[in-house]
Design a protein around this ligand. Structure first.
Ligand SMILES: Nc1ncnc2c1ncn2[C@@H]1O[C@H](COP(=O)(O)OP(=O)(O)OP(=O)(O)O)[C@@H](O)[C@H]1O
Length: 244
C-alpha cells in the first residue's frame, strides 16, 4: 500500500534520515519505534508528503508520489493524525467530524448542517467506529484527553483511507484509554487499512503491530516481528537504560 525506498533526508547539513526502506501492506500494522530524536516523525512527514526526502522514493498504491503534495496523497487514500491536537475546541465532536468528512470530499467547509453537508449518519458511524456513540453534541473542549484522541482518529478515518499514518496516537492518555485506542486501531487494521504507527507505549506497539521498525540516529536498525526485534542485540543497545 505504501513503500519507502532508500529514503534519505538532509537538512542544514545534518543527515536526519538515511537509507530507510520500509513497506506497509493492506491490513498490516507497522509499529515505528526508536529513542527520542531517532527520526520517527520526520519519516512520517515524508510518507505523508509534509516533507520531501532528499533521496529515495515513496510509492503509494503502486504510484510514485515522492514529489506529490500532502493534499494529493490524501486524495489517493492516505490519511494521518498529528502529534499535536488538530481539533476545533469550540465545535462539537460531530461538527469536527463533519469538517473532516467535508475536507475529505473536497467540499466547502462548514461545521453546520446544510445543503451538500456530510450526512448525520456518516458522522454517527465514524463516532461509533471510535466507540464514541452519542457524543456528537459534546464540545471538543469538554472531552477527556482519551476521547479527544479517539475523535482525531474518527477524523482521520473520515476519508475512508487505504493508508493511515498515526504519530503517537496515545500520547498522554490514561491506561484505560490506551486499551480502548489499541482496540480501535486494531479494528482499523483488521478492516484492511495499512497502518503505520509511531508510538512510545512499547507494550502497545509490541502487542498490536504485525511488524516493528526500529529507527536509531536516522537509520533503520531493525525491522521484523515484535519478538524478533526486541530480542535483537542492537535494538537493546539503542534502548540501553530504558525498558523495552
Ligand atoms: N525541520 C528540521 N530542521 C532541522 N532538524 C530537524 C527538523 N526536523 C527534525 N529535525 C531533527 O531531526 C531529528 C529527528 O527528529 P524527529 O522529530 O523526526 O525524531 P523523533 O524520533 O520523532 O523524536 P521524538 O520521539 O522525540 O518525537 C532530531 O534531531 C530533530 O532535531
Amino acid at each position: 500500500m505504501i513503500t519507502a525506498e532508500a529514503v534519505g533526508w538532509r537538512v542544514g547539513g545534518a543527515q536526519i534520515l538515511e537509507d530507510i526502506s520500509l513497506t506497509v501492506g493492506a491490513g498490516e500494522l507497522l509499529g515505528i519505534i526508536g529513542p527520542n530524536g531517532a527520526g520517527k516523525s520526520s519519516f512520517v512527514n515524508i510518507l505523508s508528503g509534509v516533507t520531501r526526502p532528499s533521496s529515495g522514493r515513496i510509492v503509494l498504491q503502486g504510484r510514485e508520489v515522492t514529489r506529490a503534495s500532502a493534499t494529493r496523497r490524501a486524495r489517493m487514500g492516505l490519511s494521518r493524525s498529528f502529534q499535536t491536537s488538530a481539533l476545533f475546541d469550540g465545535l462539537s465532536a460531530g461538527e469536527n467530524v463533519r469538517l473532516a468528512v467535508q475536507a475529505a470530499g473536497g467540499a466547502v467547509l462548514s461545521p453546520f448542517r446544510g445543503a451538500g453537508s456530510a450526512a448525520t449518519e456518516v458522522i454517527d458511524s465514524l463516532l461509533t467506529r471510535v466507540r464514541m456513540p452519542g457524543r456528537a453534541r459534546t464540545l471538543a473542549r469538554d472531552l477527556s484527553h482519551g476521547d479527544r484522541r479517539k475523535l482525531e482518529l474518527a477524523m482521520a478515518l473520515a476519508s475512508d483511507p487505504a493508508v493511515l499514518l498515526l504519530d503517537e496516537p496515545m500520547a498522554g492518555v490514561s491506561a484505560e484509554d490506551v486499551d480502548g485506542l489499541t482496540e480501535i486501531i486494531g479494528e482499523v487494521r483488521d478492516s484492511g487499512v495499512a497502518v503505520a504507527m509511531v508510538e512510545h507505549h512499547m507494550h502497545v506497539v509490541l502487542g498490536l503491530a504485525d511488524r516493528v521498525a526500529v529507527l536509531h540516529h536516522g537509520q533503520l536498525l531493525a525491522v521484523g516481528a515484535p519478538t524478533d526485534v526486541t530480542g535483537d542485540e542492537r535494538v537493546q543497545q539503542a534502548y540501553l537504560g530504558e525498558a523495552l
